[in-house]
Ligand binder design. Sequence first.
Ligand SMILES: CC(C)(COP(=O)(O)OP(=O)(O)OC[C@H]1O[C@@H](n2cnc3c(N)ncnc32)[C@H](O)[C@@H]1OP(=O)(O)O)[C@@H](O)C(=O)NCCC(=O)NCCS
Length: 88
Amino acid sequence: MIGWYRLLIRLPGVVLEDLWVLPDYIGKGVGKKLFEHAIGQAKQSGAERLELDADPNAEPFYTKMGCRVVGESISEWGRAIPHMIYDL
Ligand SMILES: CC(C)(COP(=O)(O)OP(=O)(O)OC[C@H]1O[C@@H](n2cnc3c(N)ncnc32)[C@H](O)[C@@H]1OP(=O)(O)O)[C@@H](O)C(=O)NCCC(=O)NCCS
């Protein structure tokens, strides 16, 4: 396994909880494939939107995938992180 994601079905939305790629495979298109797979699963579930709390370093990746920042969430370590949405 070189990467994974976790999708929580919370209709009318879904929550992308994790999306990780092993360091040796970062920047090779794996994250994009996983994100697109998650979007397919979210659409199949009948959801209207996909939501996620992005690691600040990953925000440009999610923006490139078509997500937009709609607010901030507080991480488990107490720091503000971007809350993002992808309209399905
Ligand atoms: C963020 C992460 C999932 C992206 O996966 P990846 O496999 O490296 O991304 P890809 O190679 O599929 O990149 C897809 C596109 O996004 C762009 N991109 C990826 N990371 C980027 C970044 N940090 N800044 C700007 N663009 C980025 C790529 O250039 C690529 O663009 P292209 O389609 O025009 O070529 C991966 O880097 C990762 O696991 N990082 C560490 C953990 C992490 O932060 N996870 C997110 C938790 S919320």
